[in-house]
Design a protein around this ligand. Structure first.
Ligand code: GLN
Length: 286
């Protein structure tokens, strides 16, 4: 039996990830060790001499090997923090990004208690469920073309309802608006649609390009396909004065603003993310 300390095992994991060219080698090595040992972030600093059992070490080594092959960390732990909440994820949904918190924060600044919110291409449900979690008496509908994504969204809904039993959401398998009842109205429509140009996808990091669902990324040839489709139909489902919110790629603000103007939206605004890049566009329906 080999006695291995937490500190040693961590260093070994970090070195392996670094060698494999993983950007955040130290962070990912620590997070995986915490995941396997059920420890917190203080353990490495305060209790580096803690013993790592043979079973923990085996499991950790397996996960490090998988991470070294560029499987996203969140696919290994099955979780991602977003808006201070823990979301279940897998390879059927886009892993919630920090950039998308800008979208949620902006929408929260504009929503009122009791409104109806529609999230188009809901994926893990992280946008819709965060909005519901941090507001009162709003009701949410999330649509997605992917059954597997909807299963993840529903699981996240179930988990968040344990903290907030009054949360009210439903998730519908639908190609954009196709399965929504005509006449159904919402005060807010929000979407982080696939917006990467098809020919750019192969240049993304392997974690994204090989392990995240292409259907959540691919915005077709010019990356704008879903903005055109959603904006064109959104008016039918928005109340008078209702609002449409989008996450966008850093170079898409001008095009998305134009699409929204053309379809009759006004008071269109662009919001930047923490890196100073255009990240959100929103506007009012007539
Ligand atoms: N922001 C994501 C990425 O860079 C893309 C999200 C999207 O297409 N909606 O991978």
């Amino acid at each position: 039996m080999v006695y291995r300390t937490y500190q040693e095992v961590y260093r070994e994991g970090e070195a392996q990830l670094r060698q494999a060219g993983i950007e955040e080698a130290a962070l990912d090595a620590r997070l995986l060790l915490e995941y396997v040992c059920g420890t917190d972030r203080n353990t490495l600093l305060a209790h580096g001499e803690r013993e790592v059992s043979e079973a923990e070490y085996e499991r950790y080594s397996g996960l490090i090997a998988q991470r070294a092959s560029h499987i996203p960390l969140q696919h290994l732990t099955g979780e991602q923090e977003f808006m201070g909440l823990t979301f279940t994820v897998n390879n059927k949904v886009l892993v919630p990004r920090q950039d998308t918190e800008v979208l949620v924060e902006e929408a929260l600044r504009h929503l009122h208690d009791g409104i109806r919110i529609l999230d188009v291409g809901t994926g893990s449900g992280c946008i819709l469920l965060s909005l519901l979690r941090y507001s009162n008496d709003c009701t949410g509908t999330g649509v997605d073309l992917s059954k597997e994504a909807l299963a993840v969204a529903r699981e996240n809904y179930r988990r968040l309802r344990e903290q907030r039993p009054d949360m009210e959401a439903c998730f519908i398998e639908s190609d954009l608006f196709a399965e929504l009842q005509t006449g159904q109205q919402y005060e807010m429509i929000i979407s982080n649609p696939p917006y990467i140009r098809t020919n750019v996808i192969d240049t993304l990091m392997p974690e994204v390009r090989e392990h995240e669902p292409r259907m959540a990324l691919d915005g077709q040839a010019d990356g704008l396909y879903f903005y055109r489709e959603i904006t064109h139909r959104a008016g039918e489902y928005l109340t008078h004065g209702g609002m449409l919110f989008y996450e966008i790629g850093y170079d898409q603000a001008e095009d998305v603003c134009k699409i929204m103007e053309r379809e009759g939206f006004w008071e269109i605004e662009v919001v930047k993310d923490f890196a100073g890049l255009d990240r959100v566009v929103y506007g009012n329906w007539r």
